[in-house]
Write a protein that binds this ligand. Structure first.
Ligand code: GTQ
Ligand code: FE2
Length: 380
């Protein structure tokens, strides 16, 4: 029976259905011929290759924050941080992506953990990154020689090819989350990486209240004239919770005053943007903070590209495709491409959701689509 070399990775089987040829010994022979020459015809693959809309291989999945922190803390006692391994970062591995450390097909999401006094060594890579802090303080990230304080609610973008190191100056361990475009860079084979210096200077180990980047770029609507405009990624290296919180609170207050700037009733949202362009902070990653007033819901929508959410505060119910989860502080979940999503704030407190996604990639390629629900509540 076997006329083809067993090493050929191409395996073709005769199929039934519209547009498929009638099975016959001659057709079987044709398919073995294709296999030997490493050829695959479109007609056997088109359903998978060109579906009517995205059918994500990734799953919707939820990780509980208490489990993440407990395991990160165990790692803190067992695993050193230093040159080679580089970071005590533990990635969320989507259950449908073959055991790879990918939360989604394009995005890496990890909990990173530093024990008191520990240093994560300096390096740089072309992957774009950010940090987000759901609890704790005391770690400093040093980006291009600029020490930046990290505290609860702070968002710290860090565009590719910047030197960076982290240092825990506190007496307690600290956890935070990292988001990077590692899987995207991996599939597209576009990564570069370099080790940095073994030690930071004393000046880089200081802990100023405001980073240099915030002193230069941290005044809304005021661009220093000496600095370039329209940079591809943000030069502002910290977006502080006090500002994010106020921006969200103002949207909800204005809505109550009859000036609706919310996405939908009771749903405020802000996007972290590059002050030189008004566009996304990073070329490949969109980041947002959403707030639902107590009892309020988002609309249901789906969009091209994947997202990872982390509950910043409150309790809520989220729906991702077929799944319904009750979530609380720190919990993280994945919304795959074109899977409907909605969230609702439970109880009598607001629900704050931090979100990051890969939409800028698809927008740049004119391949982004968003579909909002119809009046019945399901995406049309
Ligand atoms: O903190 O520099 O989660 O380089 C993955 C790769 C964190 C980091 C990650 C990294 C970092
Ligand atoms: Fe890094």
């Amino acid at each position: 029976m076997s006329t083809h070399p067993p090493l050929s990775p191409v395996r073709l089987t005769m199929q039934a259905g519209p547009g498929q040829p009638e099975p016959s010994p001659a057709l079987e022979q044709l398919y073995r011929g294709f296999e030997q020459e490493l050829l695959v015809p479109l007609w056997t693959e088109i359903g998978d290759l060109m579906p009517p809309h995205p059918r994500s291989k990734a799953s919707a999945h939820l990780w509980r924050w208490d489990r993440l922190v407990a395991l990160a803390d165990q790692a803190g006692h067992l695993v050193p941080v230093g040159r080679g391994g580089e970071r005590r970062a533990i990635a969320l591995a989507n259950p449908s992506l073959g055991g790879k450390p990918y939360a989604t097909p394009t995005l890496w999401a990890a909990i990173q953990y530093l024990m008191p006094g520990e240093d994560a060594p300096e390096h740089r890579h072309t992957q774009h990154a950010f940090r987000f802090v759901v609890e704790g303080e005391g770690v400093w990230t040093v980006v291009g020689g600029d020490p930046i304080r990290m505290s609860r609610g702070d968002f710290l973008p860090q565009a590719g090819w910047n030197w960076h190191a982290h240092h825990n100056a506190a007496t307690k361990p600290m956890a935070w989350i990292d988001g990077l475009d590692i899987p995207f860079s991996y599939y597209t084979e576009s990564q570069f990486f370099e080790f940095g210096r073994e030690k930071l200077t004393p000046a880089e180990m200081t802990t100023p209240e405001r980073s240099r980047s915030e002193r230069v770029w941290g005044y809304p609507g005021l661009r220093p004239v000496s600095q370039p405009d329209a940079l591809p990624a943000t030069p502002l290296l910290a977006y502080r919770w006090v500002d994010t919180d106020r921006a969200l609170a103002e949207q909800l207050a204005l809505e109550q005053e009859g000036h609706a700037v919310t996405l939908s009733p009771g749903h405020a949202a802000v996007r972290f943007t590059n002050p030189t362009s008004g566009r996304d902070v990073l070329p490949t990653i969109r980041t947002e903070m959403h707030r639902l007033r107590a009892g309020a819901s988002t609309r249901t929508w789906r969009e091209v590209g994947s997202s990872v959410y982390q509950v910043f505060d409150g309790r809520g119910t989220v729906r991702v495709g077929e799944h319904t989860w009750t979530v609380g502080r720190g919990d993280m979940f994945v919304v795959p491409s074109w899977v409907p999503f909605s969230a609702q704030a439970d109880g009598d407190t607001a629900l704050d959701l931090f979100r990051f996604g890969d939409a800028p990639i698809f927008e740049a390629l004119h391949a982004h689509r968003v579909q909002l629900d119809d009046a019945a509540g399901a995406p049309a």
